[in-house]
Every structure is written in C-alpha cells, then in structure tokens.
Design a protein around this ligand. Structure first.
Ligand code: TGC
Ligand code: FAD
Length: 386
C-alpha cells in the first residue's frame, strides 16, 4: 500500500486537483529530480531557467486571480507545493517566495500600475521576486526592524540591511519592508537601483539548492510610486507570511512522503540478518508511525486548504499546521535516515537532503517556537512573545 493510501487521501481531492498534482509531479520528475542532488552538492541553482519552467506550467502565483495568474484553489496550490518539496524544499521555497510572498504582496497591496508592471512577468517566470523582511538582528521579531524609508521631496530614501533573503541575488524586484514615520511600509526595489546590492550567503549546509542572500540598501532612492499603497503596519508583511506558511503545511508533507517512499523501497531490498529489513517488527513499527504522521499531516493540510477556500482560515490554524507538519516531517526524515543506515548519509538517496533542508523550514516563516507561542496566545489569551 502506498503510504498516503492509508487515509484514502486521494478521495478528498477533486479530479482537477489530482490532475494538477500529477502535472507538477511530472515536471519535477523531468526537470528537477535528475539534477537536484547535484545542485544541492554544488550549491548552484539555475534559478532563472527553473523560474521559466515553473512559470510555463502555471505554478507561480497560481492561487492568485488575474494578471496572468491561474486563480486556482488553495488545495491545488498546496498540492503543487507538496510535489515541489518532494523534489527539494529549495524548489518549493523558490515558488513560495515568488508566488506567496513577492507576488502576493504586490497583488494584495500594490497599485494597479505595480500589478500590471510586475505580476504577468512574474507569473510567467520571466521576472523573479524576493521578500525582504528579516534583518540580521530581527528575525522572529520583525517589529524591531532598523531599515528606514525617509521622504526626500516626493522620493523615498531607503537605508538598512535585510538578511537570509531567498532569491535575493537573482531577483528582478525586491519587496522591502521598512520603517517610516507612518509605520512599516512595503517598497518595490528593482534590481540595479543605485545603492542596492545583494550578496549570497555561502557555506550553507541546508537548503543548498536555493539562493539565500543579504540585501544592502545604502541610500536607495525610489520614486513615490515605489511604495505599496495598500499595506500599513506589520500586518502587511505578516499577511503575506500566512500565504507562504500555508504552502509549507502541504510542502513539508511532500518531503516526508519522498523520504518514506525511499525508506520503504530500501527496507524491502536491503537484507539484514538474512531477511529483508522491512520484515522486522522494529522496522514496521517505524514505518507505521511515519505513515500515521504523514496521513494526519495530509488530512490537516487538506482541512486547512478547504477552510482557506471558504475564507475561514485563521492565522492560528496556519501556525498549528506549520508547526505540526514541519516538526513531523523532520522527524520522519530523521527516522527514514536511520532505516537507510550508512547509505542514509549520502546524496545518492534524497533522505539526508530532505532532513537538512527541513532544519531551515523549521526556522523560516516563523520558527517552531514562535508558532507554539501563537497557539499558546490563542489558547490562553496571554501573549508570551516578550
Ligand atoms: P504585533 O506586533 O502585535 O502585531 C502587528 C500587527 O500584525 C498583525 N498580525 C498579523 N496579521 C496577519 N497575519 C498574521 N499572521 C499576523 N500576526 C500578527 C497584528 O494583528 C497587528 O495588526 P495591527 O493592525 O493591530 O497593527 O505582532 P504579533 O504579536 O501579533 O506577532 C508577533 C509574532 C512573533 C507572531 C510575529 O512577529 C511573527 O510572526 N514573527 C515571525 C516572523 C517571521 O515569520 N518571519 C518570516 C520571514 S519571511 C521568510 O522566512 C521566508 S522563508 C522562504 C520560504 O518561504 O520558502
Ligand atoms: P531568532 O529570531 O534570533 O531566533 C533564535 C531562536 O530564538 C529561535 O529558536 C527562536 O525560536 C527563539 N526565539 C525567538 N523569540 C523567542 C521568544 N519570544 N520566546 C522563545 N524563543 C524565542 N526571511 C525573509 O524575510 N525573507 C526570506 O526570503 C527568508 N528566507 C530564508 C531562507 C532561509 C534558508 C532561512 C534559514 C531563513 C530565511 N529567512 C527569510 C529568515 C527567517 O524568517 C528567520 O531566520 C526566522 O524568522 C528566525 O529569525 P532568526 O534567524 O533571526 O532567529
């Protein structure tokens, strides 16, 4: 039995959703899986080519309406994230940041001119976006940000540093959040603007098939129209995070599924003490526990997706999904790694790659501790962040 068949997951999906999932899987099988271990090993990602490929199948901003976006439902988008992350969390990151952070910010808060200028080209993968919220000293607490945007006549002048920014050095446009006299506002900073620079983070041992950069803003002068008119205060960027966190709820289960499929196949083939590894009770207990967590995580993901489609998904539920599914996916990846023995530490199998990637996923888009505190606040009514 396939692990996701245990909970009859497919029966919860529409024909269209199953077809979208299949299409994304085929693209991953053809364009990503044969190369991804190599990209991970060298730490080099052909982001521009991949963006065009992913744009051509419509996954960039696929849950947004208009401006060249497909306008599909939340579950369909989640399934695309699942298949992408089954290939590698870095690919899902590329798509999350493009569609759910950069495009969503423009789609939700941008002017008509900003939407026309950026969204169709971003949906097609011809232009790449990044999302600069985190700073070197302010990750979990973005409200402390030091990046400023000050008026000079009708222009804005931005100064500051953003850190750990996915797609940073390959982006054509950076959505940068900065402190103004009027609270936190978002700005569209085109690559090449004088005073703007992106430097890649080197020596990562997680999410290596992904571009991660520092953004430096040194007197970046922007016209008045560069500001996103519809976002004021921290609820602007945090509203985007809900979108990307939702994709991770599904995505993390993709990484877990790929690990479990690999471990099942390995345990069936590998003989220990003259019997298949899969035939031992300890192995089967591990496999059963992992299939349960995977099944529960998929049910939770589809439940959140259906709520989102009805407009009933809350930020607390997204936190619950992100916390649970990433934590459990990481546990599945580590357990699968044990089943592969020494082979589990090489890039010949995807398991260790997923495990180290999921360490980043546990931290970005709100750490597991922050999501626990969001749930704690919802349960008690008492904020315990500071
Ligand atoms: P507080 O300062 O009290 O509230 C600020 C305003 O924000 C509103 N708000 C939200 N709005 C929408 N969605 C949410 N999830 C929101 N959470 C808070 C809040 O209602 C308030 O609005 P207003 O109108 O009253 O001003 O902040 P808080 O106490 O509510 O939140 C604190 C905390 C710690 C939960 C929040 O700061 C937080 O989520 N921190 C984590 C930061 C984070 O996740 N950063 C991620 C950066 S992007 C990234 O990691 C990309 S990874 C690449 C990839 O996706 O693959
Ligand atoms: P800190 O906030 O310094 O946290 C350190 C530790 O303290 C964590 O365990 C945390 O949970 C804990 N902690 C913090 N506050 C509390 C508290 N109140 N109570 C108890 N414990 C607490 N950011 C972007 O803006 N855009 C991106 O595209 C982006 N991409 C990323 C890609 C990668 C690969 C990575 C690793 C990060 C990325 N980030 C991005 C940044 C990410 O969102 C932050 O790393 C994350 O929000 C945590 O911030 P921090 O690393 O500064 O950790």
């Amino acid at each position: 039995m396939h692990p996701s068949a245990l909970f009859a997951f497919d029966g919860l999906l529409t024909d269209e959703e199953r077809a979208i999932r299949q299409t994304v899987r085929q693209v991953c099988d053809r364009e990503i899986r044969p190369h991804v271990a190599g990209w991970f090993e060298t730490g080099e990602l052909p982001a521009r080519e991949l963006a065009r490929t992913l744009g051509s199948v419509g996954v960039l901003g696929m849950h947004l309406d208009g401006y060249g976006c497909a306008g599909l439902g939340a579950v369909a988008y989640g399934l695309a994230c699942l298949e992408l992350e089954a290939a590698d969390s870095g690919l899902r990151s590329l798509v999350s940041v493009q569609g759910s952070l950069a495009m969503y910010a423009i789609w939700k808060y941008g002017s008509e001119e900003q939407k026309q200028e950026w969204l169709p080209a971003m949906a097609a993968g011809e232009r790449i976006g990044c999302f600069g919220l985190t700073e070197p000293d302010f990750g979990s607490d973005p409200g402390g940000m030091r990046t400023t945007a000050k008026r000079d006549g009708s222009d804005w002048v931005l100064n500051g540093t953003k850190m750990w920014i996915t797609n940073g050095s390959v982006a054509d446009v950076a959505v940068v959040w900065a402190r103004t006299e009027d609270g936190v506002r978002g700005f569209l900073v085109p690559a090449g603007t004088p005073g703007f620079a992106a430097h890649d983070v080197k020596h990562k041992i997680s999410l290596r098939a992904s571009v991660t950069s520092e953004l430096v803003l040194d007197g970046v002068r922007l016209p008045a129209e560069a500001m996103l008119p519809g976002a004021r205060g921290l609820s602007g960027p945090l509203g985007c995070l809900n979108e990307a966190r939702f994709g991770i709820v599904f995505g993390a289960m993709g990484a877990a599924l790929d690990c479990l499929e690999t471990a099942l196949a390995y345990a069936a083939e590998r003989e220990v003490f003259a019997r298949p590894l899969a035939s031992f009770q300890l192995t089967q207990a591990k496999l059963a526990d992992m299939a349960l967590e995977l099944g529960k995580g998929l049910l939770l993901a589809v439940h959140l997706g259906r709520l989102k489609e009805r407009g009933a998904l809350t930020a607390e539920l997204v936190s619950a999904g992100k916390l649970n599914n990433v934590r459990e996916a990481l546990d599945v990846a580590r357990t699968c790694r044990t089943l592969l023995g020494a082979s589990g530490i090489t890039l010949e199998y995807p398991v260790i790659r997923h495990a180290v990637n999921l360490e980043s996923v546990l931290t970005y888009e709100g750490t597991s501790e922050i999501h626990a505190l969001v749930i704690g606040r919802a349960l008690t009514g008492l904020p315990a962040f500071h």
